[in-house]
Each structure stands twice: as C-alpha cells, then as structure tokens.
Design a protein around this ligand. Structure first.
Ligand SMILES: Cc1cc2nc3c(=O)[nH]c(=O)nc-3n(C[C@H](O)[C@H](O)[C@H](O)COP(=O)(O)O)c2cc1C
Length: 362
C-alpha cells in the first residue's frame, strides 16, 4: 500500500492524469465539521493555471462530493471527493510512448510496473495528482482552523530570483493576488521574465517554496520514527518534482557555529519561546511552539520543447525527443497549494494523535 498517508487522519489518493477521474478518500475526519463543496473547490481552484506561465490544459477541475458530507457537515464516514478528467488529449503520449522523457518518471515507472502503468499524461506521476492532495488538505485545514493552526505557503525563489523576506501579513495579503504566489511583487515581476525567457528558449525553470504553520502548540510529534520533520518531509516528497526539503536553517546549519544556530529561550507574555527560529519550530522531532518553517526545492519542468537525447525502450535504440503538448515552463506556483495541503494533512494527523481535535465537533 503506498497511496495513503496518515495514521488517524488519512488521505488515499487515486486516479491517473488521463484516466476517467482523480480523487481522494479521507478517513478519520470527525463528524460535525461544517464543510461544503464550495470550500473544497476554493482550495482546488488555487492550482488553476495562470497565464502567462501555465499549461494550456483548459480544464475546469470541478470537485464532486460522493460521500461523508451531509447537510453541510461531515458525517464521520469516509469522505470521497472526485474530479472527472474531461479535457484530455492523449495523442502526443501515444505517439511518444516508447520514448523515455528525460527528467520524468517514464523509465522508472516502466521498470517498476513492467509497462502496464497508464503513461498518458504522466499517469500517477502527473502534477495533476496534486489536486487529490489539495482536496485532502482542504478538510485538514478546516480541522486545523478549529484549533487555530494556520498554514501558509509562498514562492520564495524562481530561476535564481529571490523574494525579499516578508512578514506573515504580507504573505497572507499578496500570495493569492499574484500569478507566481510570491509575496514580493517586485521579485514576482523578475521571476516572470525569467520564466518567459526559459519558455522562449524551449526550456523550463525551477524554484523554492516556503511553507509555514502558525500557532502549532509545543509538544506535537512522535519520535523516533514519526518525527514532525520525517512525516512532513515524506508528505512533501509525494509532490512530483520536489527534490529537496529543509526545516528552519536547514542545510545552512551545517556551515554555522552552535552559538549562531542555537535559538535562545526567552519568556514572552508568560510563555517560553525562542528569540530566533533556526530550528524551524521543531526540536527532537517535536514542535516547540514556534512557527514551523519548511522550504521545498522544486526542479524545472522535465518536459521541455527542446531536442533531447533519449532511448526508445521498445526498440532499445538511441532516439531524440522534443516534448510537445501542454507543459508549464515553471511548476513552482502550481505546487504552492500542494505544499500547503501536505503540511496541513501532516499536522492534522499529528493533532489527532495528540488528541487536540475532538471525536465529534459540536
Ligand atoms: C503542479 C505540478 C505540475 C507539473 N506539471 C508538469 C508538466 O506539465 N510537465 C512535466 O514534465 N512535469 C510536470 N510536473 C513534474 C513531474 O510530474 C515530475 O517531475 C515527474 O513525475 C518525475 O518525478 P520527480 O521529479 O519527483 O522525480 C509537474 C509537477 C507538479 C507538482
């Protein structure tokens, strides 16, 4: 079993990019949570393609609620959420099915599934599958709202252009008004130019997303194997094209002295907090009450409109491939809601393990 995540709050993702549908089953959600189709749709709409960086798959991703929600509340039964695949054009995938796309999962999937996997549109390896994570994340966020935990994510770097670090209010205010989901409008303009340039050259570009969870109480996490970092990183690595995850000062901690990297403890408003947050809100795999801060490296879109060297796996001969069809020159902005979702799902599961969420919501 490898398509489910979580212990007490679980999501199971199903469907392929060009199959009949994609969907999520959410199990473990308490009864009585007020939620509507529109609430879930709002989250899914955050991954809508935004011009000028986006794919031309013009599909509306309309969420259908099949079970587990009745009269505007969760029932306690598994929640099944579904999106039909309607605007599907698999012709290009049929034409190039034996040509392994460099950077994509075609070769590894072939080796694992012996060629039986649905390769059309990337199948299970498509970025479209993140819509199933976002549907699970929509329910998780609602539950986290009950205990005032807020989850945010924003683009901090694309193609080497970095956003100036902003306060949380600016992130909340700017992220959804910006096609790049970047809280720094000036950096966003530069990022757009870099993406345009890459696209004009038949190429693509990557970047970094920062995720945050605020108001997480101290003491959540299950060492040693289900640490907060361990589970959250696992959830984030499920997002296709994620190639790095770091918490707090992350890899830069390796270049710091202890005196620089330690976060001094202080008392503020009668509570123990830390003066800095190099730990990214986690010590010993357990939340320390500071914001959880995680950064995710997203690689450049593998499918590029350039001639690339590859192999024809059926003929076992060298070949060249220029990927046609509908691909974003930069995946980063569309991965931002998926990062939020996976942080929310992880935290919701931990919150339930810590018994912070009641069995019935009244
Ligand atoms: C939101 C999103 C959209 C994506 N769109 C594309 C795409 O249009 N073309 C493509 O080649 N890869 C796309 N990807 C990335 C591939 O799915 C991914 O690189 C591939 O499955 C290989 O997995 P890996 O990069 O995690 O190793 C997308 C990823 C995400 C998160």
């Amino acid at each position: 079993m490898n398509n489910s995540f979580g212990r007490l709050f679980t999501i199971t993702s199903f469907g392929e990019s060009h199959g009949s549908c994609i969907g999520t089953i959410i199990d473990g959600c308490p009864a009585g949570l007020p939620v509507s189709q529109e609430d879930i749709q709002e989250e899914v709409d955050k991954r809508k393609p935004t011009s000028p960086i986006a794919t031309t798959r013009a599909e509306e991703e309309k969420v259908e609620v099949l079970s587990g929600i009745f009269n505007g509340h969760t029932t306690g039964a598994p929640i099944c959420l579904l999106i039909w695949n309607r605007d599907v054009d698999s012709s290009e995938y049929e034409r190039t099915r034996s040509l392994l796309r460099p950077g994509h999962a075609d070769y590894t999937a072939f080796m694992k599934y012996g060629g039986f996997n649905d390769f059309r549109g990337g199948g299970r390896f498509s970025g479209r599958i993140t819509a199933t994570f976002i549907m699970g994340g929509a329910i998780a966020r609602k539950l986290l709202n009950l205990i005032e935990i807020e989850v945010l994510a924003h683009t901090v770097e694309i193609g080497g252009v970095r956003a100036e670090l902003k306060g949380v209010d600016e992130i909340r205010k700017n992220v959804e008004h910006n096609p790049l989901k970047c809280a720094d409008p000036r950096a966003a303009e530069e990022m757009l130019k870099v993406i345009e340039q890459a696209r004009a050259e038949g190429d693509s570009t990557g970047g970094i997303i920062e995720g945050m969870a605020l108001n997480v109480p101290a003491g959540i996490g299950e060492p040693v194997f289900d640490t907060m970092e361990g589970d959250m990183a696992k959830a984030l690595y499920a997002i296709p094209a994620v190639k790095g995850v770091e918490f707090g000062s992350g890899f830069s901690a390796a270049r710091k002295r202890g005196s620089e990297n330690n976060d001094p403890f202080i008392i503020r408003d009668g509570k123990i907090v830390t003066a800095t947050n190099n730990a990214g809100g986690i010590l010993g795999g357990i939340s320390n009450g500071m914001p959880i801060v995680v950064r995710v490296a997203v690689k450049p879109t593998p499918s590029i409109a350039r001639n690339q060297q590859t192999v024809n796996i059926e003929k076992m001969e060298s070949a060249s491939l220029e990927v046609k069809g509908r691909h974003d020159a930069c995946i980063v902005p569309r991965a931002v809601p998926a990062v939020e979702a996976m942080i929310a799902v992880t935290l919701c599961d931990f919150a339930m393990r810590a018994r912070l969420i009641p069995e019935v919501i009244k």
